[in-house]
Design a protein. Structure first.
Length: 216
């Protein structure tokens, strides 16, 4: 595989995790020749807009001009929020391709159910509640966005919030990951947590970042 020069990939983790959780992703992209980075943020205590601003600042501080973004679960939501807030092209940067993996773009059944009780709201934190309170942003026409969903129904989400419609990955429904205007949507036999460690998922992410299409 040829080495890609002058391009970066930023990996963004999901709820309750840190940048360490995207280490497998980062290693895969680094092995393909990208300058790979993990972005960490406070998933519970910070408002979504604050984290979005920090992500934008992180991207702008990178030496590479062209930057691709990949996010798991809430990380994908954060990427979408940042691009909606700051624009798809940040000053001095060219935003490349974006992959959202298991991200509840259309809202989250599990999150809505947990938010009905005080303890659930504390567990979810500010970012998820901010996302649920707003409308999903619109993807500009022609923008290269790929979405990966899982349909292995293993996870605590279905226990915490029964009634999650099938198919789902144990936490997020496949229908919840749909993004109008996305170039491609792919469903793989993985659970929500498996997405962070799946060679099949990273293969498809890399394929989309390199070619703007998944392997069919």
């Amino acid at each position: 595989m040829s080495v890609v020069r002058g391009e970066a990939v930023v990996c963004v983790h999901g709820l309750w995790l840190s940048g360490f959780a995207t280490g497998f992703w980062r290693a895969r992209f680094a092995g393909a020749g990208y300058a790979a980075h993990s972005f960490s943020y406070a998933t519970v205590r910070q408002p979504l807009k604050t984290s979005a601003r920090q992500l934008a600042e992180f991207v702008q501080a990178l030496p590479q001009h062209r930057v691709h973004l990949v996010g798991h679960s809430l990380g994908g939501v954060l990427i979408a929020a940042m691009l909606a807030e700051r624009g798809w092209a940040l000053p001095g940067k060219q935003i490349g391709r974006v992959v959202l993996v298991g991200s509840p773009f259309q809202g989250t059944h599990v999150g809505r159910n947990l938010a009905r009780v005080g303890f659930g709201r504390v567990v979810l934190g500010r970012a998820v509640q901010d996302w649920l309170a707003g409308e999903p942003p619109t993807v500009p026409e022609g923008f290269e966005l790929g979405v990966i969903a899982g349909n292995r129904p293993l996870g605590l989400g279905r226990i915490a919030a029964p009634g999650l419609p099938l198919p789902h990955d144990g936490t997020v429904g496949v229908a919840e990951t749909r993004v109008e205007g996305a170039r491609e949507h792919l469903t793989l036999p993985v659970s929500h947590t498996e997405m962070l460690m799946s060679a099949r998922v990273t293969q498809q992410m890399l394929r989309f970042v390199e070619h703007g299409a998944f392997i069919r």
